[in-house]
Design a protein around this ligand. Structure first.
Ligand code: R5P
Length: 291
């Protein structure tokens, strides 16, 4: 077995390779002036190859993954496992208007054609309940980070209210709250545009309370920032945020920090300064369960 990693996921892959005691090779990438990618793998490969990369900023990464998977097959890989802690294109699960691409199904089918196993962490599945409805593979595996996140929170704070900013977050927040025995509440969110969200806090007593906003991802940061502002107005004490996937596009982080969030923690599904919750143990256990 061999782990191949893309450079943007190297430190996390090193941790994973050490946990599994499997050799690791970094894929060599070159970007031509017109932004085409040249992908180089080792000249020969073992039967089972695990390819690791998170698919934030996905468009170039998906093409590189396609080149990598097809080349790995030509080089002799019989079984290809994709470890993709952040899985892109999962939000668009219906056509909101006639003619709109349902990217979840299209990207899911592509990954199913390329790989034998796909392992991801808390993908954004809203209207479907299992990952293999999006990626038609027997081994399309979605693992939850709630155990490691819960353990991390417990090590940081004795007590706090967990707050999910929208109904979609309920699945993650409820499971986390149950694991660590904290109270939780769920707010309401209306998204009016990419950078425009309206949040309504649920009724409750926030005065002086420590609140942790929990979300599966932060993209523009508006959801976290607007929720934090409302919590301050409601008299909350310290406000923290935990996100599984720190996409943090453009000015997201600055936007969140001025809203008065004391600390933001994320998993290392994406390399980022907030990534303090490691997923290597969870991913290694999952790989061990299927080999
Ligand atoms: C959406 O439903 C997700 O769970 C997140 O709340 C959302 O993607 C966050 O986006 P943003 O950071 O742009 O507000």
């Amino acid at each position: 077995m061999l782990i191949l990693t893309f450079p943007d996921y190297l430190p996390q892959s090193q941790n994973l390779a050490a946990k599994l005691d499997v050799p690791l090779v970094q894929i060599s990438l070159h970007h031509f002036p017109d932004n085409e990618s040249l992908v180089r793998l080792p000249a020969s490969l073992p039967e089972h190859v695990i390819i690791c990369r998170s698919l934030n900023q996905p468009n170039t990464k998906l093409i590189e993954l396609l080149l990598c998977a097809k080349t790995a097959r030509q080089l002799g890989a019989q079984r290809l496992t994709l470890v993709v802690p952040y899985l892109c294109y999962m939000r668009q699960d219906i056509a909101n208007q006639p003619g709109e691409a349902v990217s979840q199904r299209i990207i899911g089918s592509l990954l199913a054609e390329l790989f034998d196993d796909v392992i991801t962490v808390d993908p954004h599945l809203h209207r479907i309940s299992t990952l293999n409805e999006a990626i038609p593979l027997a081994n399309a595996i979605s693992v939850s980070a709630s155990g490691v996140i819960g353990q991390f929170i417990k090590n940081q704070l004795d007590n706090a209210v967990l707050l999910g900013p929208d109904s979609e977050s309920r699945q993650w927040v409820a499971s986390l709250a149950q694991k660590i025995g904290f109270d939780y509440v769920i707010a309401e969110k209306i998204r009016r545009g990419d950078r425009q969200v309206d949040i309504t806090l649920p009724h409750g007593e926030y005065q002086g309370r420590t609140v942790i906003i929990i979300d599966d991802m932060a993209s523009t940061g508006r959801t976290l920032a607007n929720t934090a502002r409302l919590l301050h107005q409601a008299g909350a004490g310290e406000i923290y945020a935990v996100v599984t996937h720190a996409l943090f596009c453009d000015d997201a982080e600055a936007h969140i920090r001025v809203a008065g969030i004391k600390t933001i923690w994320s998993t290392d599904s994406i390399s980022h300064t907030t990534a303090s919750i490691k997923l290597d143990g969870l991913l290694a256990d999952t790989i061990n369960s299927i080999i």
